[in-house]
Design a protein around this ligand. Structure first.
Ligand code: URA
Length: 239
């Protein structure tokens, strides 16, 4: 790969500037000053220093965030979005979001420049399960578990949800697993059961779990292992 392509791919500078600065001796590959910005490198093996800074190459970025309340799951909005929470370095990349969350919902959201992977995660045909922790206004009753299994009529009866799972934690708290992402789905499922969601937090998407060390509003890049897990996602539970 051309060294100017490598450096511009990770948004360090434009190819035009790299050409100019290389001529001035600001480009070093494996300890040698390179004045020609079309010089070929192995982006994963060669050590590239541009303008005194080591350049790390990557094809895509994969981030997990613990979304706080009050922040919009969108890449572009007048109100504060999850993108606004990222450091300056990340702001220059075009992120896609896997699975939007309501403004008042917290928990796991995936941001990535890998549009193909995000598309696969949110595709309804893929049946990727999301796990939520739910706090409810009223007590959970045994029948709710069966109703989740059977599918629940939402939106005034014009949609029946796919089979889902409700796991009771205590009187008013449970885990819910759904494979779809209809608008306000969890809230509407409980509304149909004459209950009301007070708090909602997403804990898991497929096999990827929210890192418990991430406080609300914090994020980190995914490990190679976690990226592979998302790419080779398998069903993680049976109803
Ligand atoms: N279901 C909801 O109702 N809201 C969310 O944010 C996610 C799932």
């Amino acid at each position: 790969m051309r060294v100017d392509k490598m450096i511009s791919a990770v948004k360090v500078d434009s190819r035009k500037n790299i050409k100019k600065n290389a001529k001035k001796g600001e480009l070093i590959v494996n300890g040698e000053i390179i004045k020609d910005s079309s010089y070929k490198v192995d982006p994963y093996k060669d050590e590239v220093i541009y303008m005194g800074e080591y350049v790390e190459y990557f094809e895509n970025l994969y981030i997990m965030m613990n979304k706080p309340k009050g922040v919009i799951s969108s890449t572009n909005d007048l109100e504060t979005t999850v993108i606004d929470l990222l450091d300056y370095f990340y702001q220059r990349f075009d992120f896609n979001l896997a699975g939007r969350l309501d403004k008042d919902t917290t928990g796991l959201i995936i941001l990535s420049t890998d549009g193909k992977l995000i598309h696969e995660i949110i595709s309804p045909n893929k049946d990727i399960y999301k796990k939520y922790e739910v706090l409810l206004k009223n007590k959970i009753v045994d029948e709710d578990v069966d109703r989740f299994k059977e599918g629940i009529e939402i939106k005034d009866g014009n949609y029946i949800t796919k089979p889902a799972k409700l796991e009771v934690i205590d009187d008013n708290r449970c885990y819910v697993y759904i494979s779809e992402g209809k608008f306000h789905q969890v809230k509407n499922m409980f509304k149909a059961l004459s209950n009301e969601v007070l708090e909602l937090k997403r804990l898991q998407i497929g096999q990827l779990e929210l890192d418990p060390l991430l406080k609300e509003g914090e994020y980190r890049e995914l490990s190679e292992y976690e990226i592979d897990m998302l790419k080779n996602n398998q069903h993680n539970f049976h109803i």
